[in-house]
Design a protein around this ligand. Sequence first.
Ligand code: MIC
Ligand code: SF4
Length: 642
Amino acid sequence: MADNLVFKIIKEHLVSGDFSGEGEIGIRVDQTLTQDATGTIAYLQLESMGLDKVRTELSVSYIDHNTLQSGFENADDHRYLQSVAANYGIWFSRPGNGICHQVHLERFGVPGKTLLGSDSHTPTAGGLGMLGIGAGGLDVAVAMAGGPFYLSLPKVIKVNLVGELPSWVGAKDIILELLRRLSVKGGVGKVIEYGGPGIDHLSVRDRSTITNMGAELGATSSIFPSDEVTLDFLRKQGREEVWKPLAPESGAHYDEEITIDLSSLEPLVAIPHSPDAVKKISEVEPIAVDQVAVGSCTNGSYSDLRLLAAIMGDNVIHPGVSLVVSPGSRQTYLTLAREGVMEKLVSSGARILESACGPCIGMGQAPSSGGVSVRTFNRNFRGRSGTADAQVYLAGPAVAAVAALKGFLTDPREIGSYPDLPDESPPVIDDRMLIPPRKENDPPVEVLRGPNIKPLPLNKPLPENLKVRVALIVGDNITTDDITPGGSKVLPLRSNIQALSEYVFDALDSSFTDRAKEFKSSIIIAGDNYGQGSSREHAALAPMFLGVKAVVAKSFARIHHSNLVNYGIIPLVFKNPGDHERFNIGDLLVIDDVYAQLSGGNTVIIRAESGSEIEIGHNLSERQIEIIRVGGLLNLTRGDKR
Ligand code: MIC
Ligand code: SF4
């Protein structure tokens, strides 16, 4: 059977398993990336593996998330990460150098290679034909130590782009259209491969906006072929030597095909509070806007920001709007500054932030109460902006520019003709904020651990019988932001699980932490797509610290499912979704001979105090059951060494 592009790359990297779709496959990881909010845990784990140096072709540690330093915590973490990177042969991208995904695309991405990142938007690299996959920090640490990355063989969806985008419609509208069609769980277990004549008109930056938000579909990855457009991008980055052409074989097999006629698209927006709540702007306008935020790993590129400036022209923003702009990378910042675009933005009233995630993860610039914020970002989960009742809309940079000028979310086509943009200038290449790995003979560096960095809690091996109480019952699409929130108050606690655990499920049910502590050993009952969103393993680690032993859900998001396993929490799946209704908070449940049940097939019997029994399933591999048996992947890795 002719191979699609995804299978071609997987074949070249396959170290275990096969293409039958049975069991897991293991793939070799060429490159890794981490960011500071997930990196501290990943490197604490790497340190515990006793290596002298990473075994990957390239690993990069980025500082981009926790950049507001309102206390010592974030700065301590940065210092720790820099010293670990120096010791283990890892590149270090200093704070101010930009958002991991954008910098990686610009400076390190290589078509046809695999990239594992401790951030869910790692598939951004698919914009240049790289297979980027998001994972928990522990999986990334294992990859840095030379271990394979395990996953179920994904289904591959071909998205055929035909026609050309009309003016005022951009790459963001393409991915919003796909989210409208497929929903936030439509991509689970799948990789999305783009093709068709429409891709010829999409730049690598456009392509990476689309692959970036494949994460919002729940997809394992998203990828474009590597073609002349890719070559042009890499040439401008001074890296054309890493280019190679990559395309699917002719007549390649796909599990599903979808066609989008680009010429039929119009400006779209995701309304509060989910990236798949997509509407035509013409259906929802006008909506008065308080804040406009442009940036993030989705739409913080040079092309996005110069479009914003061109639309604003010599005008100043509407008096009711605060416009914040965060260039996605220092390269973007410098190129725009050299071109005079930064001056234009400032003169239009933009508040320029550093090149970092910033408002996207609630690290500053929280909107006013009940405020409407139009953002070029990728997630609008309730409360993520830092304001619990803010109304966040996701749209492309053209829509954002018009909203900033008019004070209303409105169809940009109404303001007249699309601006005439001059040719793009070549990017400013200046890698001085990237610290290369230390040379072979350089002396080791002292690892600097501030008081914010606490040792990692470990789970215990699985008991013979599990006795748990129901500590929480939730519905569908619970995000990792719901489990362990972002924001400038909680993010600095990422290296201190005990402190972080006080905030688990805080916005959904502030009594959860106390209840879980009281029950000592507990279980969570959930709906579909549990744990969607980010890769943060804290959403497993902090509940584990509070005694959560298992989660029964209708279905799980991929990364969170793996993170639960990695920390020894059992992810169980309802065989009969209606059973979700049979539980109450505080119910005492017993799973007898739990290991024997897990390894004996895919049925697990949960016994209630009343004596009634419920048949539950699981989709754990033998490898995962083994991890759960010993109480987590770290215990297994350590055990292997003994
Ligand atoms: C996000 O966009 O939610 C984050 C913050 O980048 C996360 C990582 C994290 O929680 O640190 C992600 O996408 O994986
Ligand atoms: Fe940063 Fe937002 Fe991208 Fe996550 S989605 S990496 S917080 S910019």
